[in-house]
Design a protein. Structure first.
Length: 214
């Protein structure tokens, strides 16, 4: 093999190496947690306490604000097998170690994905805002990446379609990329209390949701 051929092989190898490293990249914000049994119980108590607090506010029938911290949500995700025994049957196959980050108007979510020999961090960015004078919520899936590379939509569909199929408000995965308008009218399960969302703010690790009981 001549010098030119060696140079071509070196270039191809270097490109493949860069591609592989980019695909294996772990976003700095992705920080899942592992909980021991006592920590899982604490996370469960925290989640139940938040639910009870919201239920009490619904009964009061006065506007209030729910503040969710990304580190709390990440702990709840780690404790889901304890909180929700059917959890593993309800998520796409191959996903584990979920983590969430609230930052600069976006909800960042990631998980370890392992399937057919592939191992990578699937991570996505979602925006949520009030639309049409408060009549709707607009949800938009901005990006889905494997490491630092965009994930093909065919793969995204395979991952998210089981969740979309169980949704009564979202028709298809493609709709998520275009932006989905959802009627701003919800039912809190404890007591079947009706409510709407008045405001959404995402910044500095916090998701702040203004709630108006109806």
């Amino acid at each position: 093999m001549g010098v030119a051929g060696i140079g071509v092989l070196a270039t191809v190898f270097g490109a493949l190496l860069v591609l592989w490293l980019t695909f294996q990249h772990v976003p700095a914000w992705y920080q899942p947690v592992q909980l021991d049994p006592e920590e899982s119980r604490d996370a469960r108590a925290d989640a139940i306490g938040m639910g009870d607090w919201i239920s009490g506010k619904m009964v009061d029938r006065e506007p209030f604000e729910v503040v969710l911290h990304d580190w709390s949500i990440t702990r709840w995700l780690a404790a889901l097998p304890v909180l929700w025994p059917e959890f593993e049957e309800s998520v796409p196959a191959g996903l584990s170690d979920g983590a969430v980050k609230f930052d600069d108007g976006r909800i960042l979510a990631g998980a370890h994905y392992e399937q057919q020999g592939w191992r990578l961090i699937i991570n996505l960015a979602v925006t949520a805002e009030i639309a049409d004078g408060g009549d709707h919520l607009m949800l938009k899936l901005e990006t889905v990446r494997g490491g630092s590379l965009p994930v093909p939509k065919t793969v995204v569909r395979a991952l998210l379609e089981p969740l979309v199929d169980r949704s009564r408000r979202i028709q298809s995965v493609d709709d998520l990329f275009d932006g989905v308008k959802i009627d701003n009218y919800f039912t809190w399960p404890n007591g079947d209390r009706l409510f709407r969302i008045d405001s959404i703010h995402i910044q500095d690790g916090d998701l702040r949701i203004g709630v108006v009981p109806l």
